[in-house]
Design a protein around this ligand. Sequence first.
Ligand code: TXA
Ligand code: MG
Length: 384
Amino acid sequence: MNIETKYWPAELSRAGIEEAATAIAAGGVVAFPTETVYGLGGDARSTEAVGRIFAAKGRPSDNPLIVHLAHGASVAGLVKEIGAVEAALMDAFWPGPLTLVLPVREGAVSPLVTAGLDTVAVRVPAHDLARELIERAGCPIAAPSANRSGRPSPTQARHVLEDLNGRIDGVLDGGATGVGVESTVVRVVDGMIHILRPGGVTREQLRDAVVGLAIVAEETKEEARAERRAATAAVGVGTEASLSSRGEQGSSRSFATDAEAPRSPGVKYAHYAPQGEMLLVTGAFERLSSTVQAQARQAADAGKRVAVLSCSEHAAGYRADIVYDCGPRNEPGKAAQTLYATLRECDEQGVDYIVAEGYPEDGIGAALMNRLRKASGGREIEAR
Ligand code: TXA
Ligand code: MG
């Protein structure tokens, strides 16, 4: 793959939108900013365009894409029906970082978009450039994050070029994205909201919008299951339900409902892995820094180039090759905004060991911790 990738700078983006929209209407694939991360967009109805998205990213074909729309009203043409809860969620959060999984209307999008599932994921991004691009292109736009598979999602146009230059038709630069982590993916089943992927819209916001509905974090359950399977295999005995694991209460009950539990195919793939190894340190604020420093020193003693991802309060106190100040402890939104750029910089700086402070898991902290856990590939300790 080696095609010319056009770059439309922020100042030219109005003119760039026209060219980018024309490219997409002609079956091309173009990266564009959203409020969460940059997406790589193509006409969702065109199997050829969608095929080019998968090829450019090196994405497994069983991981479906989110369809982006300029207006909530366009969803009706793509899905079989919109339930009352989904309608309320669209009302409350669109445009915005919430993706809804709905029963797909046959033939509305290429089967590659849905990876053969009978559902389609849809959202209306809260970003003027994105919505204008979709409107001008005149089609629903399928768009995964615009990174090579397995790399951190891009939050700046230059990240897109690092990964995809020569593999896509162009990138529309809209500056750094606001939220920094991807949209929240939810599916409503039997009056319960299942969070398939935590993201820009928080669990608390969902709860406030649909008072009285149960909200289930499926991804946490999925990870807990994977851990349990690994643990069961390792000890070679015991039933799954006899081992308890993080993030799951009443595990036997959730196993009983496994067959009906909605899943997100993306969950099973490793994500956001930096080139170096990463360790996540959780625990009370007062205890974090001594454990983080000890781990950083141990890695340095072993000859590693070490980076620490720290809150502002602790940043000046750490001794390591690089210390990143990720913002105040009580503003996890700041850390979420810069996380992917920081992970990319660690790679550029040749860092081979990263020690990251954990955050409280309420609000946007839930999405942040989910991404930190993925980046650290399960290497996590508690400060004591
Ligand atoms: O913020 C975002 O959502 C960004 C921007 C570009 O909009 N997009 C994004 O797309 O993160 P991607 O492809 O990197 O992640 C899409 C997620 C995957 O975890 C995928 O498995 C899930 O959505 N997904 C897509 N269609 C689905 C479906 N029909 N059922 C369940 N999960 C689905
Ligand atoms: Mg992605």
